[in-house]
Design a protein around this ligand. Sequence first.
Ligand code: HGY
Ligand code: MN
Ligand code: MN
Length: 410
Amino acid sequence: MSKLQVNGERLWHTIMETARFGRTEKGGVCRLTLSDADRQVRDWLVRECRAAGCDVSIDEMGTIFARRSGKDNTLLPIAIGSHLDTQPSGGKFDGIAGVLSGLEVLRTLNEAGYTTTAPLELIDWTNEEGSRFQPPMLASGVFAGVFERDFAYASEDRDGKKFGAELARIGYRGERRCPDHKLGAYFELHIEQGPVLEKEGILIGAVTGMQGQKWYEITVTGQDAHAGTTPMPARRDAMVACARMVMAVQAIALDHSPLAVATVGHVVVRPNSRNVVPGSVFFTVDLRHPDEKVLLQIDQELRKMVAATARDSDVKAKLVNNWNVAPMEFNADCINRVRNAAKKLGYRHRDIISGAGHDAVYIARVVPTGMIFVPCENGISHNELENTRPEYLAAGANVLLNTVISYDQK
Ligand code: HGY
Ligand code: MN
Ligand code: MN
């Protein structure tokens, strides 16, 4: 167990300093993947990593790797990191807290003149959120061989801009092929984004795994009509059909409570004019559950409901299931090292399953991986109010530091 402690004040200061990249009126952050704000925070990170003595490289998905030499650089690096992109009305901590905790670990090791045996790498994975470009966890997915690079490059945002072109536009389209880069282990610190740790007064979550997710895109087609002259029975109103489906999505999730969660977060009404009966509505469903069997059962119920509601509403409905990730477990040794680090530091800790998706979920497919959670205020995230405390982040970063050192001494 090392006596090293991170500098909690400096860590908190870097969080507040970088929150300016994409700062919103209400004190949140809008730093969509490959936006100018994303480029600014990336440039900031590259400068800080170089100042900390790291060699920085960028791969073909724009993922940033900042390498700190070890005593034996033939060993595969122990990696620490997360993501810098946010939701449109995101907070100051989701993703970046993990990257900056990793930077704080490097800075602490530098100040202590401590050289690990294996090299270390600090990582920023491109497009974790999947808000601007789908699917989410895109760069970590290409790194883990889940997606092809060209599939990712072809992903389009709502304005028809392509991922590959935007990556080049901000100057982060690196040369190195993702699968050519090998890691020895990966640890990610993240705010819990839920209420459990705070409610139980627990400081550290040793994350044992993540629940499964399924994303859908549903297009309902009725008929545009005049709002004043079209009698109600003669309408094929796509908005009303969509509203019925949204309520039915909620009912299906509640049927499988308390573990199932389902969200309709994005709706596009066409022609979106107040005196036209909408002829077309596009909407998304984000469905999650920790048990794969139940997830598949809910999938069937959802498909049946959409077909039946379309029929009853005299509209057409097309359902596309555009992304799935199965429930997964992290590496037992990595989980244990997180538990032991928390224990030795005297922090109350507990095992916890992640309700949120993280890059670590895909990296775990190719590298021994573990995650560390710290509490966030009222469990709020994906919201400009997102908040945590300096002492929570400092504790998490100390666990990250000690977990890395313990893995390195393995
Ligand atoms: O949606 C998620 O679970 C992640 O926070 N992007
Ligand atoms: Mn995140
Ligand atoms: Mn997120």
